[in-house]
Design a binder for this molecule. Sequence first.
Ligand code: SAH
Length: 393
Amino acid sequence: MQAEIKLKKGKEESLQRRHPWIFSGALQSVPQGIEEGDLVTVRASDGTLIGTGHYQIGSIAVRMLAFGAETLPEGFFASRLSEAAALRRALGLIRPDNDCFRLVHGEGDFLPGLIIDIYADTAVVQAHSPGMHFCRFQIAQALTQIEGLGVRNVYYKSETTLPYKARLDPENEYLIGSYNGSVATENGLQFNIDWLRGQKTGFFVDQRENRLLLQHLAQGRKVLNMFCYTGGFSVYALRGGARWVDSVDSSSKAVSLTQANVDLNFPGCNHHRAIDEDAFKFLTTMESGEYDLIVLDPPAFAKHRKALHNGLQGYRRLNAKAFEKIAPGGILFTFSCSQVVTREQFRLAVFSAAAQSGRNVRILYQLSQPADHPIDICHPEGEYLKGLVLYVE
Ligand code: SAH
């Protein structure tokens, strides 16, 4: 029998609207003997059943997995994962020329605390909650059984994503299969993906559609791909006929990965350079008018609410540099992946930077995360990636 948790009076409202988080302040009491990662049955103060979720110590005390169920139904993970796969299939993401996509985007796939990215026949699984950590073997097994997905290896990578205080000491390891190469295909382009040593699950699949848009605008342009990481935007720019591409990152590993990905797709390419340099330093010292297409895709400047003010200043300063230096008629792709920064706040930060430059700036596109990073309509917190494509006169 799993433990039962009762909510304080009135605290069931957001759950009735199917928001999947229960904050610790909403609990009437925590039952004796309950442990982090346990499945719990949640009831309203009058005893009405709300559903089942994973318990955790922290400000989010329960992440709901199934509404209206006392416990998880048989085959729960197999069925949620199949639904996730069916959605990606419907989106046209599983194709011979595209075998890299996000299969599970946490709350957006009704699996809070779980991220799964697919790279050809390898699935990289990331648990963000102790509950998901304890379910990792079940999840891995279910993954290999999804028809048409072709997952042979499951790499578990949660060393840095699980709450440190839970003392789970997870190891990054293969739960099923082993390393057998790491080239995946995105929209017909090939990428070496280093899930063993790379950031997050190894690749930012969330920029796939934005990279494709950049490809269509890159013809004849001189491109600066700032914060290039694996060089995704650079490779698409080259396919789009860019005259020259400079890829910049302050990590030497990222710079070599970018060069390797350019070589993989365009062997002998003589109009690309990968540069190991700090963004602000590079943008400050580069000549005005050198580039007419600039991509700014920095790491999250505000990782939590307390860092919001400084984060917004960071976006403003970064974008101000680009507006100051971009060639007339230039196109700027600028992004924020900070979940705590709203679309409006980001736009305002970029707007102040534009105003400061005194140039005419128009918004061409307003970008977002792609459909394999869906947002549960009851969980607006799931929206994190925002971008603007700007035309600078
Ligand atoms: N645009 C990439 C993802 C960028 S991730 C893509 O499409 O895949 C952010 C990158 O910024 C990381 O590779 C990190 O090494 C780099 N970075 C962080 N701080 C930096 C700085 N101050 N200057 C340059 N690069 C930086």
